[in-house]
Design a protein around this ligand. Structure first.
Ligand code: NI
Length: 226
């Protein structure tokens, strides 16, 4: 499932993010790349222990918790502390796949990367290029969203970022370990949840909605690890 979620960050949060990122310390993005992706990666990244990264990361995680669409689609169990990157002057990230398991720095915790997320922090008008291109069985999907919007996609997908030929592309990126590991099962639950919301709207107070909600929870109980 490839899903865009609008307005994850408010305008105030975006302003805070941009202010903190402008004064932050950027390093070579290869610091967090795996062996295979290091060769493809050419960008800048905020040092993980930078106070700005921690503050903004916490802000993003609480914004995600407020997003009913994110929770329904990702069924998050763990969210990797958000990272931040910047591409400019022709920088790009060639085709790669994200590591399956990531250690949370400075902790014994690991996150299985079921879903990848990119939260755009620069407006599309601020830069040329920089599309995130995700490959799936339906082909290539180019994604370039307004600032504050998020794209969620299976971390198993091959993907790349096209060269940024003007301006700077700023984004946060991170991974989610879902309660439901399998993308197909998770997508079914998401579709069912949307259908139940539709039934609740169109047929309020009918036993059908309760019955369907029961099916949803029974599938979730069968498929989820909590
Ligand atoms: Ni990646």
């Amino acid at each position: 499932m490839l899903l865009a979620i609008a307005d994850v960050l408010s305008q105030d949060e975006l302003t805070t993010a941009r202010r903190l990122l402008a004064g932050a310390r950027w390093v070579d993005g290869r610091v967090t790349a795996g062996h295979q992706s290091a060769r493809a990666k050419d960008n800048q990244q905020l040092a993980e222990d930078d106070p700005a990264a921690r503050q903004l990361g916490a802000m993003i995680v609480s914004a995600l918790e407020r997003s009913a669409l994110f929770v329904s689609a990702a069924l998050p169990l763990k969210v990797f502390p958000p990272l931040f990157n910047r591409y400019e002057g022709g920088q790009s990230f060639g085709t790669h796949v994200d590591n399956a398991i990531r250690q949370v720095p400075g902790t014994p915790h690991r996150v299985r990367t079921d879903l990848s997320a990119t939260l755009f922090l620069a407006a599309p008008e601020e830069y040329d290029g920089g599309e995130l291109v995700v490959e799936d069985t339906y082909g290539l999907h180019e994604v370039k969203l307004p600032a504050g919007h998020l794209i969620l996609y299976p971390a198993s997908s091959l993907h790349h970022v096209k060269p940024v030929t003007r301006g700077a592309r700023l984004a946060s990126f991170f991974w989610i370990q879902s309660m439901v590991r399998d993308d197909g099962e998770r997508t079914l639950l998401f579709d069912l949840d949307l259908a139940i919301q539709g039934v609740n709207r169109e047929l309020p107070d009918k036993p059908l909605a309760v019955q369907l909600t029961g099916v949803y929870h029974n599938l979730l109980r069968r498929w989820a690890d909590a």
